[in-house]
Design a protein around this ligand. Structure first.
Ligand code: 26V
Length: 726
């Protein structure tokens, strides 16, 4: 339901290997290519990691020549644009469609009617559903070019149109507003991307969006199959349908409906065919993000689907009388369990996350279907995240080991023998420095932020969430600021802390964290005693394009979530690949990154997922942590006494109280160890020879995190698919 593509022109040019030709043509025309590339709007039809993963996977599937379609919604408004007013996040609409979308092919002939509501007439065990409302789903296709341009797959996005443009009778009667109503209602469905990637949203419109694009996509899949085949029992051998989280989980009941009611297979056979096609990826275990829909709403909007869900639930319960895995609970349909029982494979996105899925949310279902859950650790496309984003490092790698890494990223390991050759590490350091100089220039031009490119560039970029703990990071910055004041003449390394990320508009605590970081930045950056050593910047409107600017310049990657909460992370992979060292907890894919780049090249801190559970059970865990660490107590005190909010001293009491009190995400309990690890980072950075070697180990060890490896895993373990031989 989300694809966070970013800009496509550069991607297409590099994948077609036309960079030099395009450069020479633009030079001839007197046009600068860089600014031209940046004129393209950054299409932001996704919230965060889940949508960006889908975009990387599409590119990878095109590279591997797997015939694949991405299916989603052509939202009129993508993820909101973020700006700051007095340090506070302000949202404005993302109007990417107001200029033409030059990549999209409109497909007026490709459309399906999608119904809602109405009544169901039972005919034996099957039924005839007569919706009382309908909209048209119309396709828009964007080609996604693979590496070397040998193959392109299609991203097919659906937009909603009314079945009749307007009500002529009402119009003729003079009621112009009412006459336009059907059009307005239909268009509302694809108007806006839900800007919330954690909380389950009870909005009826969201359920309509989910059914709308899922139903259209399934019809398209059946249309394609039925063009050349006549036996739908073979569908599972021809079509693998991967559900990206539960957002399209209504696909289970919908496919059963299409097969049972409309194509007259028995219910059991329909379920079997559907399950053979469907697989489900889980991207979060946060309880508030697991989708549930009130049964009343489901019955009103999708009456036939509700009946089928009841039937699936009853069949499941008869087979396994334990109510713990019910598809329905407390008057709600549980989309996670529904997706699980309708899928032949269910996967997590990192080793740790998959283990936790088996032990917690899906423990009971895993007991009943022990072979269903598999792990497919996430990956990223090296074409965008190394070749295009970091041309200097790409050239150095090419000069050192050739260009085979672009199609087989694990070949980056061949860099390691060159670490003993001083020339290579010097060149590697020079690349990083040049990237940092570029970033410094852009920060000055675009944001009036002046930094020393020799300083450590310390980056935390991701959605703002308590579990990601941006507040732990800023608390450490406050403590460091105080430490510099205590000993202004001590030896130190200069550091620039950069934050970027959006908070869900309704997530008040996350918005307070943004404001706090901006307020802290204002005070610290204006302090002449500390500013040679510490600067803080929060860059507005984080998106794919900003990530492409920041990642090649990163020295330190902050991956500091409460262990057990970050399913995988993919920014962590992008930064390690580009030679940043990680400071991180044993969470998500950090665990596997550390294994591959080497524990000595990774700054580990904090409790493990198991220790987190124990610690949280301790009633006074936060108070104890604060009593044990005077530095933490002193930093928290600045949030209470208005140091960073002079006209409004109470502004950050809420954050301080949260960290001192319930502190569900254990900011206080992990603070001391975070401080320790950060000082270890300082010592390592003070030794440039040690640092550059560790950075190079991060690049050389990150090859396994290619999306190509992840896709091969899905092909083998989930889809039973093979590439097309050309
Ligand atoms: C939930 C909802 C609920 C309703 C409103 C819209 C919305 C949008 C997204 C979500 C679920 C988001 C889950 C997610 O993005 N998980 C992230 O997935 C990444 C790719 O697997 C992974 O790297 C991150 O760790 C994980 O947080």
């Amino acid at each position: 339901m989300e694809f966070l593509l970013g800009r496509l022109l550069e991607d297409a040019i590099t994948n077609l290997r036309l960079t030099e030709r395009v450069q020479s043509v633009t030079r001839e025309l007197g046009i600068e290519l860089g600014p031209l590339l940046h004129d393209e709007p950054d299409s932001a039809l996704g919230n965060g990691g889940l949508g960006r993963l889908a975009a990387c996977f599409l590119e990878s599937m095109s590279t591997l020549k797997i015939p694949a379609h991405g299916y989603g919604i052509r939202y009129e408004y993508g993820l909101f644009r973020q700006s700051f007013v007095d340090g506070r996040q302000v949202e404005s609409p993302e109007t990417w469609l107001q200029t033409v979308d030059p990549w999209a092919f409109e497909r007026p002939e490709l459309k399906f009617e999608i119904g809602f509501g109405g009544k169901v007439e039972e005919i034996g065990t099957a039924a005839r559903w007569t919706p009382d409302e309908a909209v048209i789903a119309q396709a828009h296709d964007t080609p996604i070019v693979g590496w070397r341009g040998r193959w392109a797959n299609t991203l097919r996005l659906w937009s909603a149109r009314p079945t009749e443009i307007f009500d002529l009778a009402r119009f003729n009667a003079g009621d112009f507003a009412a006459a336009a109503e059907p059009e307005a209602l239909a268009r509302a469905i694809t108007r806006v991307l839900y800007p919330d990637d954690t909380t389950e949203s009870g909005k009826e419109l969201r359920l309509k969006q989910e059914y709308f694009f899922t139903a259209a996509s399934l019809r398209d899949i059946l249309r394609r199959f039925e063009r050349t085949h006549d036996d739908l029992r073979k569908l599972p051998t021809k079509a693998a349908i991967q559900l990206n989280d539960t957002h399209p989980a209504i696909a289970g009941p919908e496919l059963v409906r299409l097969l049972h009611d409309e194509r007259h297979f028995s219910f059991d056979e329909a379920v079997e065919i559907a399950r053979g096609c469907l697989a489900y990826t889980n991207h979060t275990l946060l309880p508030e993000a697991l989708e549930r829909w009130p049964e009343d709403l489901m019955r009103r909007l999708l009456p036939r689907h509700m009946q089928l869900i009841e039937r699936l639930d009853a069949a499941h319960e008869a087979k396994h009388p334990s109510r713990q895995v019910a598809l329905r609970a407390h008057g709600e349909v549980q989309m996670g369990p529904l997706a699980f029982v309708m899928a032949h494979r269910v996967n997590g996105v990192s080793k740790l996350h998959t283990r936790l899925m088996k032990d917690t949310v899906f423990a009971e279902l895993n007991r009943l279907y022990p072979d269903r859950i598999v792990n497919e650790t996430n990956g990223i496309t090296p074409r965008r995240w190394l070749m295009s984003a970091n041309p200097r490092l790409s050239s150095l790698i090419g000069e050192t080991i050739g260009n085979g890494w672009l199609a087989n990223l694990e070949r980056l390991a061949e860099l390691e023998p060159h670490f003993d050759d001083a020339g290579f590490l010097d060149a590697y350091a020079a690349v990083k420095h040049a990237n940092k100089r570029d970033l410094a220039g852009w920060l000055a031009r675009a944001h009036g932020v002046h930094i020393d490119p020799a300083a450590m560039i310390d980056i935390q970029i991701k959605r703002i969430h308590e579990y990601k703990r941006q507040h732990l990071n800023i608390l450490e910055a406050i403590a460091l600021w105080q430490d510099i004041h205590d000993a202004p003449n001590a030896e130190r390394v200069p550091r620039v802390k950069i934050f970027a990320g959006k908070a869900a508009p309704g997530y008040a605590f996350a918005k307070q964290i943004i404001r706090l970081i901006n307020d802290v930045a204002a005070v610290i950056n204006a302090d002449p005693v500390t500013s040679p050593w510490l600067q803080v910047a929060f860059l507005p409107n984080y998106n794919v394009s900003l990530a492409e600017r920041l990642i090649p310049a990163a020295d330190l990657s902050e991956q500091i979530s409460t262990a057990g909460k970050e399913a995988s992370g993919t920014g962590n992979m992008k930064m390690a690949l580009n030679g940043a060292l990680t400071i991180g907890t044993l969470d998500g894919a950090n665990v596997e990154i550390r294994e591959r780049v080497g524990a000595e090249n990774f700054f580990l801190f904090g409790m493990t997922a198991d220790e987190v559970l124990e610690r949280r059970a301790m009633p006074d865990h936060a108070a104890r942590a604060i009593a044990d660490d005077p530095r933490l107590a002193r930093a928290l005190e600045t949030l209470r006494n208005g140091t960073f909010s002079a006209p409004d001293p109470g502004r950050y009491r809420g954050i301080a109280d949260n960290i001192s009190g319930p502190d569900y995400f254990l900011v206080a309990s992990d603070f001391s160890d975070f401080w320790r690890a950060q000082r270890e980072v300082d010592r390592a950075f003070a030794d440039p020879a040690r640092w550059v070697r560790a950075a190079a180990h991060n690049t050389a060890g990150s090859g396994w995190f290619s999306a190509d490896r992840a896709i091969r895993g899905y092909m083998r373990d989930v889809w039973d698919a093979a590439p097309v031989e050309l």
